[in-house]
Design a protein around this ligand. Structure first.
Ligand code: GLA
Length: 412
């Protein structure tokens, strides 16, 4: 073979090899968020805390309502307790203009979204909004597909700090690719924006949510304001979940959560009227134990003191917000009696004794279940009574009300 032919063959092979290499590398990295100017994990070092309009107000949103809720977050003590995001869920948007820009409902948001975000920011809070990865949101409003970069730039110009991105009407879209796309669009906007993946757990987002730059991801269908059970949607697909049905779905997911990226068992129903105060206290304790995002979903302007006391219990919130970012796990289950344990950064454990029964039960957590040697003496503090209960060795037992919890820290 003449030398110049050899060279041509070599050049062709080298070129093919080069393309193959580039293709492999880009296949491996195509889901990586484009280099943002900020640390994605730093957007949510602890589980996000805030309020969202959906659970209580559904499509009944307006700038008046949102302003009122922002005011109430400050006045009620919720802001002081750590809540900071005010998130408008579905139904704020009505159309796109001739340039394809998303348009807010002019009747309900006459001053525009930017003015609303500015107001929320003026109270020292952060502002969040909602869209969907398909062509239409769940309520049939215009959604993000095909407009990802345009919408992200617009959200950034409005001062959006948090985007909840839903999964309705996505037909054959690939979940991982769709959420990678919106994260890249958000990054390209230059504004640090928390990405809340609302894909209901269908494609197991805990396996890829962090990789695509999601800060939290829903693990199940929608929460319902009830203690237990699971209901099919009107169209026969699965499901909305009672509080304990969601809890059961969290088992096995703890290792996927950590600082910057959280499992999201959906927003709180505390105060919406479908459960007893005891059940709401359990709901809140268990969500804190799970290191869940604490997104209140009630009418903060009209809270009974009992509800406010649940949502603002600083010791329970401190468990949720513990900087170690460990998600608690169920370490014992005996019929309706459960023990949940969460490692805290100071070496102690937050423990929830949970009674699903219709009568009171005595529940025991052994040190062994908490990962401590049984000869150890540890100080136990009750986080709802806000009282030190003394030193215990080997185990701690308490009488737990029907559907209630006893929540303690155990500190060796
Ligand atoms: C889905 C989501 C809910 C809510 C509604 C809005 O059901 O899971 O949290 O955002 O859409 O239409």
């Amino acid at each position: 073979m003449p030398a110049d032919m050899k060279f041509t063959r070599f050049a062709v092979l080298a070129l093919v090899g080069c393309f193959a290499f580039i293709a492999t590398v880009s296949a491996q990295t195509s889901y990586q968020p484009s280099a943002p100017q900020f640390e994605l994990a730093a957007l949510a070092p602890t589980p996000p805390m805030g309020w969202n309009s959906w659970n209580k107000f559904a499509c009944n949103v307006s700038e008046q309502l949102i302003r009122g809720m922002a005011d109430a977050m400050v006045k009620s003590g919720m802001k002081d307790a750590g809540y900071k995001y005010i998130v408008i869920d579905d139904c704020w948007q009505v159309s796109r203009d001739q340039d394809g820009n998303i348009v807010a409902d002019p009747q309900r948001f006459p001053s525009g979204i930017k003015a609303l975000a500015d107001y929320v920011h003026s109270l020292g809070l952060k502002f969040g909004i909602y869209s969907d990865a398909g062509y239409r949101t769940c309520a049939g409003r215009p959604a993000g597909r095909g407009h990802e970069y345009q919408d992200a730039a617009r959200y950034a110009s409005w001062g959006v700090d948090y985007l909840k991105y839903d999964w309705c009407n996505t037909t054959t879209q690939d979940a991982k690719a769709s959420y990678a796309l919106i994260r890249n669009a958000l990054n390209a906007s230059g504004r640090p924006i928390v990405l809340s993946i609302c894909e209901w757990g269908t494609a197991k987002p805990w396996l890829w949510g962090e990789q695509v730059g999601g800060n939290l991801w829903r693990t199940t269908g929608d929460i319902q304001d009830r203690f237990e059970g699971k209901l099919k949607w009107g169209n026969g697909t699965c499901c909305s979940y009672g509080m304990t049905a969601i809890l059961d779905e969290q088992v096995g997911l703890a290792s996927y959560a950590g600082p910057g990226h959280w499992n999201d068992p959906d927003m709180l129903e505390v105060g919406n009227g479908g459960m007893t105060d005891t059940e709401y206290q359990s709901h809140f304790s268990l969500w804190a134990e799970l290191a869940a995002p604490l997104i209140a979903g009630n009418d903060m302007a009209n809270m009974r003191p009992e509800i406010r006391d649940i949502l603002t219990n600083k010791e329970v919130i401190a468990v949720d917000q513990d900087p170690l970012g460990h998600e608690g796990t169920r370490v014992a289950k005996d019929g309706p009696m459960e023990v949940w344990s969460k490692q805290l950064s100071n070496g102690s454990r937050a423990v929830v004794l949970f009674n699903r029964d219709s009568k009171p039960r005595e529940i025991t957590a052994t040190w062994e279940e908490l990962g401590y040697p049984s000869h150890l003496s540890a100080a136990v503090r009750d986080l709802w009574q806000k009282k030190d209960l003394g030193e215990f060795t080997g185990k701690f037992s308490a009488q737990v009300a029907s559907h209630g919890v006893v929540m303690v820290t155990v500190k060796p």
